[in-house]
Write a protein that binds this ligand. Structure first.
Ligand code: ADP
Length: 265
């Protein structure tokens, strides 16, 4: 007290320090809550497929099952196993991103080739749903990116476009380049995203209309990972949607950064 009276400026400093500590403890509390919520969601996401696995293996023990039913239940078990596997893989990737152990290995790539590789991978699923897919590009663009990781980004977005677009719908991929950036827009004529859900689709384990998306096999991690990868490249990802009409995801990669990387290499 004595000191405070003698050196009033110290009182200010002390006040600032106290305020900073209060802020920090607030941040810590928020982080703790977020972590707890995340763990609760993860547990739930892991438990759901396991419940199916247990339920259907129990049924399969019965001897009076027809061949047809047996096959049906085995298919469900297989799908749930694939879902669980994908979920664990995504969780592991996010953990690596959080720990800064997610290496981005950039190299110069032909951007059109990168997109074509992804399109080739999704073609069977596109054909199966009788979806019309178009790809347009403004020219041969070179980008300095981690090709595997960027493929993962576009695969996640396109997987969703297929999942949330009814049969015989349309998906379009367009790549445009300017001096400053490469912009990839992926549009679909699908169910769209409600205005209220739009700001949250990149958040961990977020699914619009939970039950519906779960039936589609998603756990709400694909877009989170896509966003993290794009941001690790110094780029941006955004979404614009009209419910009932369709959705457009846009990925912009700064070319300035890319060129600097080129020069640095
Ligand atoms: P999921 O694995 O559930 O698809 P994502 O993180 O990839 O998780 O997507 C989050 C949510 O955003 C999805 O559950 C879905 O509700 C919504 N979504 C993503 N892409 C689309 C799209 N193209 N059309 C409609 N809804 C979409």
């Amino acid at each position: 007290d004595h000191e405070v009276v003698l050196y009033p400026h110290r009182k200010d400093e002390f006040g600032e320090l106290a305020a900073a500590i209060t802020r920090l403890s607030g941040d810590l509390e928020r982080l703790k809550n977020e972590r707890n919520e995340f763990l609760a969601s993860v547990s739930h996401e892991l438990r759901t497929p396991l419940t199916y696995l247990k339920g259907y293996t129990d049924i399969l023990r019965r001897e009076d099952l027809s061949k047809e039913d047996r096959r049906k239940y085995l298919t469900i078990i297989q799908e749930e196993t694939i879902h669980l596997n994908g979920l664990i893989k995504n969780l592991f990737e996010l953990a690596k991103i959080d720990q800064n152990e997610f290496a981005i290995k950039k190299e110069a790539v032909a951007f059109d080739d990168l997109i074509s590789t992804v399109i080739a991978r999704i073609e069977p699923a596109v054909d199966k749903k009788n979806i019309e897919l178009t790809f347009s590009s403004s020219g041969e663009l070179e980008a300095v990116v981690d090709p595997k990781r960027m493929q993962q980004v576009f695969l996640n977005i396109l997987d969703n476009a297929i999942k949330y677009t009814p049969p015989a719908g349309r998906i379009g991929v367009s790549v445009t380049g300017s001096r400053n950036e490469i912009i990839t827009a992926i549009s679909d004529s699908g169910i769209g995203i409600d205005q209220a859900d739009e700001p949250y689709v990149f958040e961990r384990l977020y699914r619009a209309e939970k039950s519906r998306s779960r039936l589609q096999g998603g756990a709400g991690l694909g877009l989170t990972i896509a966003k993290e990868i794009v941001e690790l490249h110094g780029g941006q990802i955004s979404v614009q949607s009209t419910p009932g009409e369709g959705t457009v995801f846009t990925v912009s990669l700064e070319r300035g950064d890319l060129y600097e990387e080129c020069i640095a290499d």
